[in-house]
Design a protein around this ligand. Sequence first.
Ligand SMILES: [Mg+2]
Length: 124
Amino acid sequence: MAKTLMVVDDSATMRKIITRTIRKAGLSVADEILEAGDGGEALEKLKSSPVDIVLCDINMPGMNGLEFVKQARQDPANANTKIIMISTESAEDLIHGVKADGADGYVTKPFTPETIQKELSPFM
Ligand SMILES: [Mg+2]
């Protein structure tokens, strides 16, 4: 069955690029890909529209991606939701930290459809 997705990024342009890249990656994804502009909006949307996979930026005004992961993981309703970070940040410590907090994967910007395909395929 096609997976449901949410793309969380403060840049509407980046959300479009990520969405388009996911389509190009040839993965089995539901027609509607949800979007949110920061972590708080994403948490709200997850309450009414749970998804299989969240792709989440780190640097966002309002609630950033690191805080989003912590808060999302405190709600058992999101236990089966996979969270993949997509960020320009590439510091090893930061990547390890957010994975320890409950992120399931990490993609650095800029990315290719192949990178997205590789990172998402274990969860498809
Ligand atoms: Mg950002």
